[in-house]
Design a protein around this ligand. Structure first.
Ligand code: FPP
Length: 263
């Protein structure tokens, strides 16, 4: 048995996360270690994107969310921004037949209007062509930051109030959640960050309230199916309490539900 099959055989298929989110960090360092340009790291990072998408789909995970380009990434040198935008656009275009044949739906999350037109068109075409897919939903966060998403939600709620459709007293957590770009997607059960840093970097701040966090020093281009399976095994060793006690969880027949039952 190879190492991947060994790891996968140890997974409890009844307790897989429904939603995995990933902060893909370390492309630049991966390239630097090899004396190569940062662009080589990003190109190799695309291979990892394919691997984690494949494994998520094969395992029957419902949602995979990838932090592909943050609002703050616009501040990188122009050549790197241009390259990343081009790389993301042509990759998504090239991978569209794979996504369709594997029943994977692309959902775009973030301030997509800021994406240069050529790449934006490729992304929108893929989202359209995969819109009928019912397997894995691949949420691609582009020009995304959580503070941007929450600010936009606040504007939508303010507008509803101004139009008289909503009063301040009626605003609850569901109101906010329904105004987020990620509306309708269950909160991530597991957030993985590669590249050794232990921070969230403005990613899904609302949605990760009860997510399990997994940090690995592995650089993103080295993060393949084995590393992903290890993260899933680590997740399955955790006890998710949602603010309750272990005893309460032990007596709860629905401990792996994704919706917190207590704060
Ligand atoms: C962070 O590594 C990575 C990014 C800012 C880009 C991530 C994008 C990809 C992996 C390509 C995605 C392609 C598709 C189709 C989604 P870094 O450059 O910050 O690495 P460093 O911290 O080592 O410098």
């Amino acid at each position: 048995m190879n190492r991947l099959d060994d790891l996968l055989s140890r997974l409890d298929m009844t307790r897989l996360p429904r939603h995995v989110a990933m902060i893909m960090d370390g492309n630049g360092r991966w390239a630097k270690q090899r004396g190569e340009q940062r662009s080589e790291g990003h190109a190799e990072g695309v291979v990892s994107v394919r691997k984690v998408t494949e494994l998520s789909s094969d395992l029957g995970i419902s949602y995979l969310t990838l932090y592909a380009f943050s609002t703050e990434n616009w501040n990188r040198p122009k050549e790197e921004v241009d390259l990343l935008m081009h790389l993301i656009g042509i990759t998504i275009e090239r991978e569209t037949p794979y996504l369709v044949s594997n029943n994977v739906k692309l959902r775009l999350v973030g301030d997509i209007d800021r994406i240069p037109e050529a790449s934006r068109m490729r992304l929108l075409r893929c989202a359209e062509e995969t819109s009928g897919c019912t397997g894995l939903t691949l949420c691609m966060c582009l020009s995304y930051s959580s503070r941007w998403e929450l600010t936009e939600a606040a504007k939508k709620i303010a507008l509803q109030c101004a139009r008289g459709e909503l009063t301040a007293d009626q605003i609850d957590e569901n109101t906010v959640a329904s105004c987020l770009d990620m509306a309708g997607v269950p909160d991530p059960d597991l957030l993985i960050r590669t590249g050794g840093e232990q921070r969230i970097s403005n990613f899904l701040l609302w949605q990760i309230a009860y997510s399990e966090l997994y940090f690995t020093p592995t650089l993103w281009p080295d993060f393949g199916k084995e590393a992903y399976a290890e993260a899933l095994l680590d997740y399955q060793r955790r006890e998710r309490r949602y603010g309750m006690t272990s005893e309460q969880i032990a007596g709860d027949t629905d401990t792996n539900a994704n919706t917190p039952k207590a704060q």
